[in-house]
Design a protein around this ligand. Structure first.
Ligand code: SF4
Length: 321
């Protein structure tokens, strides 16, 4: 069988990596590709995936072309969020949520999940839709970038076992951030003992969580971790806030010594990125706030990550920002 796997997003797509490994193990001849430069003739099946909903128009175009030549399967997080859009545009029923055929497929990946889902249900987040309730994955394949939505919500025994599995890696980065509300001293102690932590990432999406963020910082400082050297704080903006509120959060992060990283809110069904203008904001203020936070933070983060460049160079993909 000849299969074509297309990642319709620019970022590293763990799903397409897993399906590729799974297909190969099952004897398929697999070609990986990007959208737009593909001939579909000669393939028995084409697998299409996108991480973000704003990549779905590209995915749909690929599917519409491919469907005339071969079988087409569509999956990935974006398709799980907008299955009706996919079906209307292509007539294809996409795979919803996690795919048991290959979710645990072992191979060498850049990223991994030690758990799926979340204990919370934040209005702006697609994790509860795509991944559902929190569950631990004891037999995950270790990789440096951990994509868990909320690893600190896992049981102590799971976190301990996960750290043991990750302990031999050159570095570990909890890319989606740690929930400051759940951080406890034993977790920091364990991470420091077992893992080469690149950076500590937290979230500060509302001024309501200021006390919890300060408490997380206090714990890190107790263990000698300097926010200026190691800490990044994601600040969601454009969701039920105002520029004043967003700047206040960012300035608080800076005054605490850490680095704010602005995450612009995108509606769950956005078919184009950065088009949504929320109440209280305009196009310029949205861009200005992003630049205020991210220009200095990215400069700092790049310099920090340079020490890990050997590992990053060994891959054609980057998921680190
Ligand atoms: S805590 Fe994070 S992962 Fe969980 S629902 Fe809220 S934003 Fe999503």
């Amino acid at each position: 069988m000849k299969s074509l796997v297309i990642n319709c997003s620019k970022d590293y797509n763990l799903g397409t990596e897993k399906i590729t490994a799974w297909l190969k193990r099952n004897g398929h001849q697999v070609t990986k590709s990007k959208p737009g430069n593909t001939e579909f003739v000669g393939y028995d099946k084409v697998f299409l995936s996108a991480i973000y909903t704003w990549d779905l128009p590209i995915l749909v175009k690929e599917a519409q072309k491919a469907i005339n030549h071969t079988k087409v399967e569509i999956g990935g997080p974006a398709a799980s969020v907008m299955p009706d859009y996919i079906f209307t545009e292509t007539g294809i029923k996409s795979v919803f949520g996690l795919d048991d055929r290959f979710d645990l497929e072992p191979a060498r990946y850049l990223s991994a999940y030690t758990s799926r889902g979340c204990i919370r249900n934040c209005e702006f987040c697609s994790v509860p839709i795509v991944e559902g309730k929190l569950r631990e994955i004891p037999d995950f394949t270790p990789a440096s970038y951990i994509l868990d939505a909320n690893i600190l919500a896992c049981s102590k025994s799971h976190i301990e076992k996960a750290c043991e599995k990750l302990s031999s890696l050159p570095f570990v980065d909890f890319l989606h951030g740690l929930d400051a509300r759940l951080l406890e001293s034993w977790q920091v102690e364990l991470f420091l003992k077992k893992l080469q932590m690149v950076v500590w990432r937290f979230t500060f999406d509302s001024l309501r969580h200021e006390a919890e963020l300060k408490n997380a910082l206090r714990i890190l400082k107790h263990y000698g971790i300097k926010p200026k050297e190691k800490m990044i704080v994601y600040c969601l903006y454009g969701f039920k806030d105002t520029p004043k509120d967003a700047y206040e959060r960012a300035k608080q992060v800076i005054s605490l010594g850490a680095h704010p990283y602005a995450m612009r809110f995108q509606p769950m069904d956005a078919l184009a990125k950065d088009r949504h203008i929320p109440d209280g904001w305009d196009a310029n203020s949205l861009i200005e706030f992003g630049e205020f936070c991210n220009k200095p933070t990215l400069a700092w983060l790049y310099s920090l990550l340079r020490q890990y460049s050997k590992f990053l160079k060994s891959s054609s993909n980057s998921v680190c920002l």
